[in-house]
Design a protein around this ligand. Structure first.
Ligand code: AMP
Ligand code: ZN
Length: 114
């Protein structure tokens, strides 16, 4: 989608530190990390928010979630683990309207989040 920063990363129109890519999923480092490991996981398909998900998106969103496990495993996080979170709309603080998960790891994480 035009004017979507994450679509521009998918299309390699702007750079990102990509750590995993396949036909459907892209994982790259967050530009403003909130933890020692802070990745963003996105479907390559533009979907704005969880409210825009369609039944045909079930497969691709499952692939995004499995990419979290693949990447975390490759980073040696199988013992310590990670947090996977997604901000949806204003109360959650969603800034980029291309659906994404944050993968946070590498330090103890507080719960509940602020
Ligand atoms: P949110 O929409 O609140 O879930 O957060 C969007 C996230 O995207 C923030 O953590 C930003 O730091 C991150 N971000 C924005 N632009 C870029 C970019 N060009 N490359 C990497 N991360 C980005
Ligand atoms: Zn997009």
């Amino acid at each position: 989608m035009q004017d979507c920063i994450f679509c521009k990363i998918v299309n390699k129109e702007i750079p990102a530190d990509i750590v995993y890519e396949d036909d459907n999923v892209l994982v790259f480092k967050d530009i403003k990390p909130a933890a020692p490991i802070h990745l963003l996981l996105i479907p390559k398909k533009h979907i704005s928010t969880f409210f825009d998900l369609q039944p045909e998106d079930n497969d691709i969103m499952g692939r995004v979630q499995r990419a979290a496990a693949t990447v975390a495993g490759d980073m040696g996080l199988t013992e310590r683990g990670f947090r996977l979170v997604s901000n949806c709309m204003s109360d959650a603080g969603q800034v980029v309207f291309h659906i994404h998960y944050h993968l946070l790891a590498g330090r103890p994480l507080q719960w509940p989040p602020g």
